[in-house]
Design a protein around this ligand. Structure first.
Ligand code: GDP
Length: 367
């Protein structure tokens, strides 16, 4: 319809068609081809990993971390094929409270050992990531030199699932890294207790980073964690802190004397160093090499790895059984009610558990 303002009466006020608005989406974007990730087969993964292809290794680790069942089964096949090429590395656990200097130290420890050649993978187990859904451990930005080193591979902690699940994924990642030719593996964790046990169950050497404090260093460190350590290193032994660090080292040495000698026969050593200034790093590596020589010659190295393999078999069974139980729809729908019955005293914990388990067996196995 003719617009009334276009009537001759209103000449000069003609309404013109507006300017055509450009589309909101950048039209050039449409033309750009979307790069589709090609699906890789099991042998693509295995061959890529065997050649040390980092992109393929990363993608395989992503499969391990995926919760999709089809990714999981593909990942398991890849792991199985890589298994014969794994095992040839020094697996070293590194733990310390936040601020102890883990990332600074891993950066210098790693750079130091890579000077001799070889390849280093830095992995992590972060129990807090379960809640925060993100992990800072193993974060590349925290390791400035290693993150750009051509022979290092840094991977943050898997974030999904229980600590056991996260730890299993890291252990499986170790296998792939070894098959890809990484001969040194660091597994970083934060010093809070349970995660140390998980790391201890997958490494050959457990290094505990400590700080000199006000004389009560030993407080707050769980005895269990100290007992796991094959080496305790006191960081930040620089400037006015050197004497305090030495004092702390003596405290730790004395405390370690109170523990029985570990099964390995190796007396854990205590050293001081400065990650920031790169002091005392060689001595730490000398200790680590000495340990490996020691346990390889007395057979403990093999023994520990076998024990760990056994442990992981049972851990995996436990994890699967737990998941299968708690993911069962009927169980899910019954749990809250049974929990209330227990809280209100209507049922004992044991009866409630038995009811749930019976129901689960019936659902799963028809009995
Ligand atoms: P993380 O939380 O255990 O990973 O600890 P960081 O490596 O991030 O270090 C925490 C803080 O301590 C940073 O500000 C570092 O610069 C500092 N730091 C680390 N190592 C040393 C050291 O050897 N000497 C001194 N003086 N400071 C250090």
């Amino acid at each position: 319809m003719e617009h009334p303002e276009n009537n001759d009466k209103y000449k000069g006020l003609a309404v013109n068609a507006g300017i055509e608005q450009p589309s909101l989406v950048n039209p050039y974007l449409k033309k750009r081809k979307r790069i589709k990730r090609t699906e890789l087969s099991v042998s693509d993964y295995v061959e890529g990993i065997a050649k040390g292809n980092i992109t393929i290794l990363s993608r395989a680790v992503t499969l391990i971390e995926s919760v999709l069942p089809e990714h999981q089964s593909l990942a398991q096949e890849v792991i199985e094929k890589c298994l014969p090429y794994s095992g040839n590395s020094m697996r070293i656990g590194i733990s310390g409270v936040p601020g102890a200097g883990k990332s600074t130290s891993i950066d210098v420890f790693g750079t130091h050992v890579l000077e001799k050649g070889g390849k280093l993978a830095v992995l992590a187990i972060d129990p807090s990531s379960e809640r925060s859904k993100g992990s800072i451990l193993g974060d590349k930005t925290r390791m400035e030199t290693l993150s750009v080193h051509p022979d290092s591979f840094i991977r943050p902690s898997p974030s999904a699932g229980s600590l056991g699940g996260v730890a299993r994924k890291t252990r499986e990642t170790i296998i792939l890294c070894e098959a890809a030719g990484f001969d040194k593996i660091f597994v970083e964790t934060v010093g809070v207790g349970q995660s140390e046990t998980a790391v201890h169950s997958m490494v050959d050497f457990f290094l505990l980073i400590q700080l000199a404090g006000t004389g009560d260093e030993l407080q707050g460190i769980k005895r269990g964690i100290m007992e796991m350590a094959d080496g305790i290193v006191i960081n930040k032994a620089d400037g006015s802190n050197i004497e305090k660090a030495k004092l702390a080292a003596n405290h730790f040495k004395n405390a370690l004397h109170l523990f029985p000698t570990p099964d390995s026969g190796w007396e854990p050593k205590v050293l001081t160093y400065s990650g920031f200034y790169g002091l005392g790093i060689k001595e730490i590596w000398d200790m680590i090499y000495e340990y490996f020589d020691f346990v390889k010659s007395n057979g403990y190295f093999e023994y520990r790895r076998n024990e760990q393999a056994k442990y992981w078999m049972y851990e995996t069974i436990n994890e699967h059984l737990r998941d299968s139980f708690y993911n069962n729809d009927t169980i899910k729908s019954m749990l809250a009610e049974k929990e209330n019955d227990v809280l209100s005293g209507k049922l004992t914990s044991f009866i409630a558990a038995k009811d749930l388990l019976d129901r689960y067996y019936k659902e799963s196995f028809g009995r």
